[in-house]
Design a protein around this ligand. Structure first.
Ligand code: HEM
Length: 419
């Protein structure tokens, strides 16, 4: 793995960070099947939504044979195994909703899940790197990489909205690929003082961030807010700071004490972490601690990339030192686009969480009969808090405001220079 500091003479490159030229952080061509020995896992993993619906998932998992993880060899095999074991685990934990949780994951699931997680350097819970980055196939292998031609490998309860939620998030990852590719250009340009190259790269990054915001808009087309809030969201919830599983979860055969892990969220996507480090966005203590913790839910090579970007000479200082209006504008533009993305994301969260939560509260207060409605059955514990246990809106607004604070003051150094 790369260690930028010790090797700062050679140009910065993405080669050693498991970043694909074409797909960025998305796993290129994920494996669709495991070796036949692992059929008992796949047989259940592929049926999670249906088995949860019939309340039979737990009994199927309890009867599953204990398989050894040693026949999983290559990285794509481990990723598919982690994905499959993750959806089984989320289904197992939440099959009976927030009132019927379990204290223990049975050893025949917990032991191999733990081993696979250790080998990948991922936590034993469903992460963004499973559900979004390693959960896709093209229907027509020769066809385009778009909503029509893409499908999930495994799913969770919630029907088409689940596909929409994971696929749209993947399209956001795809839109970010040009930005990712330009990160080394910025870093190398700063190192050798090439103002024009840095400005050009920042302009490309701005465009790419804008394309990410455009891609997020597809959420409104492909995901139904009441389905997201009322059905899907619980299956993305973890067992850390979650009143429905206050003690966490015992992984039987792994450790006697329960363990706590946060649920899946795009806060675990490496993209914004990379941009923040590049642009010098400094996070406030509490929200910063949550975001830093989310890095432990990423593939280690991606986490390393974020870390290595953070060790580079400051781009912001470089921009302030150079008397280049184009460079200054390009930097401001980039931060502005990141700010716009975060503002738009806050709107999305309001549409998919705040509004349905208010609706659910209203329904519960209105009448007992309406209790049966899907939305009002959503776990009340999730109303106020993010999947990571943070108070969502104040967290997101703090992060957005910290982004704003990264903008250069109106009268920059070069302005003083001219006057
Ligand atoms: C229906 C769609 C979405 C909902 C309801 C949603 C919800 C949330 C929530 C509740 C948080 C707070 C932290 C947590 O609970 O883990 C969060 C954080 C975050 N989300 Fe989303 N999200 C959605 C889509 C996306 C997409 C498509 C992206 C793009 C990659 C994204 C990127 C982020 C990031 C980067 C954070 C961390 C805060 C930040 O850096 O600004 N989200 N999201």
């Amino acid at each position: 793995m790369a260690a930028a500091e010790s090797d700062s003479k050679s140009p910065f490159s993405l080669d050693s960070y498991h970043v694909s030229e074409e797909f960025g952080f998305i796993l290129p061509n994920p494996l669709e099947e495991l070796p036949p020995y692992y059929q008992p896992w796949m047989d259940i993993a592929l049926r999670v939504p249906e088995l949860v619906h019939s309340h039979k998932l737990r009994s199927h998992i309890n009867k599953m044979p204990l398989l050894s993880s040693q026949f999983l060899q290559k990285h794509p095999e481990l990723r598919l195994a982690h994905l499959a074991l993750s959806v089984m685990t989320m289904g197992y934990a939440w099959q009976e909703g927030d009132k019927g949780t379990v204290e223990m994951l049975p050893y025949n699931l917990a032991v191999p899940y733990w081993e696979v997680s250790q080998r990948l350097g991922l936590p034993p819970i469903l992460t963004h790197s499973d559900a979004v980055l390693a959960n896709w196939r093209k229907k027509d292998p020769e066809g385009p990489f778009d909503m029509k031609n893409l499908e999930l490998l495994v799913s969770l309860p919630g029907g088409d909205s689940v596909r929409g939620f994971f696929m749209v998030t993947m399209l956001v990852e795809l839109a970010a690929v040009p930005a990712l590719r330009n990160i080394p250009v910025v870093i190398n340009g700063v190192r050798c003082g090439d103002t024009e190259a840095v400005a050009r790269a920042l302009e490309d990054i701005s465009q790419s961030i804008q394309d990410m915001t455009e891609a997020i808009k597809l959420m409104h087309v492909y995901v139904e807010p009441s389905v997201f809030y009322g059905i899907m969201r619980i299956y993305l919830s973890g067992w850390k700071d979650n009143p429905s599983m206050p003690k966490g979860l015992i992984y039987e055969g792994v450790q006697a004490e329960p363990m706590e892990y946060s649920g899946g969220s795009a806060a675990q996507s490496s993209l914004l972490h990379c941009f923040d480090e590049l642009l010098g966005v400094k996070h406030e203590e509490k929200s910063g601690a949550f975001l830093t913790r989310m890095r432990n839910y990423m593939p280690p090579a991606h986490k390393q990339l974020i870390q290595d970007i953070s060790l580079q000479p400051s781009l912001k200082s470089f921009v302030q030192q150079q008397a280049s209006e184009r460079l200054r504008q390009a930097f401001q533009h980039c931060v502005t686009k990141l700010l716009a993305l975060r503002s738009y994301h806050i709107n999305v969260v309001s549409r998919f969480i705040t509004v349905p939560a208010a609706h659910a509260r209203q329904l519960r207060n209105q009448s007992q009969e309406l209790e049966q409605e899907m939305i009002s059955r959503a776990p009340t514990a999730l109303e106020e808090r993010g999947t990571g246990g943070s108070s969502i809106m104040s967290f997101l607004k703090t992060v957005r405001n910290q982004t704003k604070d990264t903008l250069l003051p109106e009268t920059g150094k070069e302005m003083e220079h001219h006057s």
